[in-house]
Ligand binder design. Structure first.
Ligand code: TEU
Length: 550
């Protein structure tokens, strides 16, 4: 297996608009990231992923771009970005940007030209089709709308959008589109960025002929279509292969077999991926399923490609709420989830605030929410005649806004995020959960994450170790081992609110060991000799190291 800098990295995701507001306009900004860079450095991460800050009307929080080479005014300006980039590099970290090239904003000049006339040279930069009997060209639904088609009354044709109508899809069959995107990518890489997170990159190729779907609600027809690998191999050949960068593709709807095709090191496409078999198929922790998913991706990808480990991001509810316990055992379960993600095979991603155990949120009204996906779905469901209160309740747990509330820096007004009025309400629990409190408490979630990141730099078993699940059918226990050369780590996790006594693996019980990390105090004996029986407290996590002589 090839060793690379990015395989050994831990990535910190900065959703800058909720990270820190440096100018009091209520939005976080790039200068805010700069002002808090020492905090990120203290955590010890290697790479920072910045969500999109390109010029945008901001209908989908920057994922609707109207100028790929300008900086959105509320984020700052290009000079500030260059200052931030230099500071990140000076502190020994790298930065990857969000590449959103499946679609643009409907206010992008390219789309305004394309829309202006059927004969405009840029008409074919987007996907236009005639309707059928005054109906959309087919029955597909988009991520954010009941249909992937919106009619332009001027030219009387429909344009295609996988997301909101304000996000028309680019036509990747058009060579000029691809060449323009590759040029834009080079301009950012030449500035010195260290790679890209590629937004829904497996949606670039569309199904030939746009046939009706048997089940339009199952929108996987948007992804993984013939031609996608040709586009990515061309992108790699023309751009990525000329730089020492990392790429992570956001690749919904794949399994290990189809996912490997994007990240196989011999295929010259992408380095790593986010798959969504957990996020899309596990609304709450389903430990047997989670173990199956981990094992299938380890067996399917580990040797020849590279996977990521994450349980939350700007699109997914905070993991301690969704998969842990954000009440009585918040810190214990936040630490357990962190220890799990950093000891499973693959690159760990930390979403801002995860490292202090920030939780999901519950506001009282749909008006307190910002997310276009949630608001569109609410409108769609209420329009069907459903009770608005019921619809609101249904949307709460998985609303993307759960993870977009402002970063909680301290217990002062607006959690120290802004001197102005925050663009989004702060989670009401900010006075008990904030960075200042975490840094003052050596037993906080923060220091568990800092320790995990430090351990990764010293112990190749965390990165390159093989993986074996030792706990099938033994839930709520998740116990697995990682082995690399003469080192074995045994990870024992109690995913429950109850105490749990479990037999240690016979081959390791009684063996001399070292407790590498845990989230409870462990008596001296159980720290140096693996007990026959492990008595785990609620949400207790322990990692033991065994080093054999040979
Ligand atoms: O998200 C894509 C998206 O919504 C799905 O991949 C979803 O995240 C996944 O299936 C798990 O549920 C990306 C961005 O992260 C998101 O913020 C944007 O709204 C969207 O693309 C459109 O650019």
């Amino acid at each position: 297996m090839k060793k690379t800098w990015w395989k050994e990295a831990v990535v910190y995701q900065v959703y800058w608009r909720s990270f820190y507001d440096s100018n009091g306009d209520g939005y976080g900004d790039l200068r805010g990231v700069l002002e808090k860079l020492d905090y990120i450095k203290k955590l010890g991460v290697d790479v920072i992923w910045l969500n999109p800050f390109y010029e945008s009307p901001d209908r989908d929080n920057g994922y609707d771009i109207s100028d790929y080479e300008a900086v959105m005014e509320k984020a700052g300006d290009l000079d500030t970005f260059k200052e931030l980039l230099e500071a990140i590099h000076d502190k020994g970290m790298k930065v990857i940007m969000d590449l959103v090239v499946n679609h643009t904003s409907d206010q992008h000049p390219w789309f305004l030209d394309s829309k202006s006339s059927k004969d405009h040279p840029k008409r074919d930069w987007y996907i236009w089709k005639e309707g059928k009997n005054d109906r959309p060209p087919n029955n597909w639904r988009s991520y954010f709308e009941p249909s992937t088609w919106t009619k332009d009354e001027e030219t009387e044709e429909y344009y295609f959008h996988s997301f909101a109508k304000e996000q028309p899809d680019l036509n990747w069959e058009n060579t000029d589109v691809r060449q323009e995107i590759f040029r834009m990518m080079r301009s950012w890489l030449d500035l010195g960025i260290d790679g890209f997170r590629m937004d829904v990159i497996n949606l670039l190729a569309k199904q030939e002929g746009f046939p009706d779907a048997d089940n339009p609600e199952q929108i996987s027809y948007l992804a993984d279509n013939p031609g996608i690998h040709d586009y990515l191999q061309e992108m790699n050949r023309e751009v990525l292969s000329q730089y020492d960068v990392m790429t992570v593709g956001e690749i919904p709807f794949v399994n290990p077999e189809t996912g490997l095709l994007y990240v196989h090191e011999d295929r010259d496409e992408l380095n790593t991926l986010f798959h969504f078999q957990v996020a899309d198929e596990m609304p709450v922790m389903d430990l047997p399923k989670y173990k199956e998913i981990q094992e299938s991706w380890y067996k399917g990808v580990f040797e020849k490609g590279w996977n990521s480990q994450f349980l939350n991001n700007h699109d997914h509810t905070r993991q301690v709420t969704r998969y842990g316990n954000d009440d009585q055992y918040r810190t214990e379960s936040a630490k357990l989830l962190g220890i799990m993600l950093h000891t499973l095979p693959g690159m760990p991603y930390i979403y801002q605030g995860e490292e202090i155990g920030m939780t999901g949120v519950r506001f009282d009204s749909i008006d307190d929410y910002n997310d276009i996906a949630m608001k569109n779905k609410y409108k769609e469901e209420v329009a069907k005649g459903r009770n608005p209160e019921e619809v609101f309740e249904d949307l709460l747990l998985l609303s993307r806004d759960n993870s977009r509330t402002p970063m909680q820096w301290n217990g002062k007004e607006h959690a120290g995020f802004t001197e102005g009025t925050p663009w989004m309400k702060v989670n009401p629990n900010y006075q008990e959960i904030n960075v200042e409190q975490a840094l003052d408490d050596q037993s906080s979630v923060f220091y568990t994450y800092q320790n995990l990141i430090e351990l990764r730099k010293e112990h190749p078993v965390m990165v390159y170790g093989d993986y074996e699940d030792l706990s099938k059918g033994k839930e709520p226990l998740y116990m697995y081992k990682r082995t690399y050369k003469n080192t074995t780590w045994l990870i024992a996790l109690n995913h429950s609110e109850q105490a749990l006594s479990v037999k240690s693996p016979k081959t390791l019980a009684g063996e001399a060991t070292r407790l590498v990390i845990g989230n409870y105090k462990v008596d001296a004996e159980a720290r140096s000799i693996l007990p026959e029986t492990l008595d785990l407290k609620p949400y207790e996590a322990r990692v033991y190291e065994f080093v054999s002589a040979d």
